[in-house]
Design a protein around this ligand. Sequence first.
Ligand SMILES: Cc1cc2nc3c(=O)[nH]c(=O)nc-3n(C[C@H](O)[C@H](O)[C@H](O)COP(=O)(O)OP(=O)(O)OC[C@H]3O[C@@H](n4cnc5c(N)ncnc54)[C@H](O)[C@@H]3O)c2cc1C
Length: 486
Amino acid sequence: MDRKCDVVIIGAGIVGCALAYELAQYQLSVAVLEKEADVGWGASKANSGIIHASVHAEPQTLKAKLCREGNELYKELAPKLGVELRKTGMLMVAQSEQQLKSLEEAKKRGRANGEVGLQLLSREELLAKEPALSPAVAGGLFAPSACTIAPYKMTVALFEAAQTNGVKFYFQEPVKEFVLENGQIAAVKTVNLTISTRFVVDAAGLAAGEVAELAGCGFQLLPRAGEEYILDKKVGDIVSHVIFPLPTPTSKGILAIPTADHNLMVGPTASDGVANTHTTPEGKQQVFSFIKKLIPSISERNVIASFAGVRPVSETDDFLIGPTSCTGFFLAAGMQSPGLTAAPAVAKMLTGMLAEAGLKLVKKEQLLPRSKPLEFRELSRQRREELIRQDPAWGRIICRCEEVTEAEIVEAIRRGATTLDGIKFRTRLGMGRCQGGFCTPRVMKIIARELGIPLTAINKRGTGTEVAPLESKQLLAEEDKDELFF
Ligand SMILES: Cc1cc2nc3c(=O)[nH]c(=O)nc-3n(C[C@H](O)[C@H](O)[C@H](O)COP(=O)(O)OP(=O)(O)OC[C@H]3O[C@@H](n4cnc5c(N)ncnc54)[C@H](O)[C@@H]3O)c2cc1C
């Protein structure tokens, strides 16, 4: 299939989707090529979900500048796209008198980066804000601008808003080749597509160096894996701010994060050279032995899920954003933390750079809004009853732990989910205490019915991850007897 586009974005993580949304504001034809079956399945779904205050990165770095700008942009962007920003603020905690000096340095760094409202706290002031902290703490730094967000929901929202406004997304289409003419990008090829274009943006996450190699300007990225542990909602309010220790040379340290979905999450670790997304007994031990010294009431007994994500670390330890030696080929690479925070600012910066390189930007007169999908668990009893009268699928609860109804699953499929993970990240189905033990067979039947595919074709995250062997069909039939109604 041959196509022609103004810009091709490689990778539909938070950065690729933020850029797609930014470019959708203009009269342009834009395509996004993604190797997976859905958006956000790289680092963008497997991170701490913090919209950081810019207190960690040194002034003059892209990380510092784009973190500050991105944090500011989220305040308008998230509500506009119907995604909750939980305004937690952050506390950086000194665990000894000797560490207090580092808090002052962090405050200085933050002010130089443009943060406002930073406040050094005495031990007593800190404990008054967070009584669950160990009485052994020495003092803290409060930064009000930090928030938490569900990163997968934000990525999906950007994707939907971009798609609604004309951006074309192609899934399970890894880029295979670039066609160059006199050192200038002329086309991008996948197995099924050839797209003629003058501009490519490489937002391929951990694979960005390999993708750039196809255009003759490759580079190395160091993988740095981080394990995170999610605790039951019943202990979701142990702390109300994101709690940071002092940073280490390679990471922001092990944190306690009150997530936007009202779980408490602890992590991440930082394992250099590890590119896989397995969690390990050593990682768990490291996370809990550290965090329990800071917040003694946290217990590994409350863990309901764990995951790992991989940061792509560049040689300069900063983001790599901008043009390359291959004309028309731009990078949005080395997007380690705070890449989630920075994404909307990265998108604006790249759009400016593309314009300088000759991309003509003419604003569209009007953008179509993204409608936020309804979430049953958030609705009043009266609204629930109204919806059930209109469509009984609103009354059929498929995921008991997170109260996800059949109607929400059907809507997620209508909006583009084709896999179990696609539904999970859109609706939170299977993210509660039972982790999908109860609802998986039910949701599979709904997917099969809605997409008109056999149960055996249903997969967790794309072709090759099918979940139902033939013999489980009987189980799937029996589950109907136990259906739950609101
Ligand atoms: C443990 C951990 C915690 C973090 N916590 C935070 C945080 O709290 N706050 C914060 O701001 N940042 C955080 N980050 C960083 C943040 O997650 C990343 O910076 C961000 O998700 C990077 O987004 P991306 O779109 O660049 O990459 P990704 O999300 O990895 O997306 C890249 C996409 O490219 C696709 N792709 C790869 N190769 C190809 C190909 N050949 N063709 C087509 N597509 C391809 C991939 O499938 C993927 O979908 C954290 C990261 C980790 C790992």
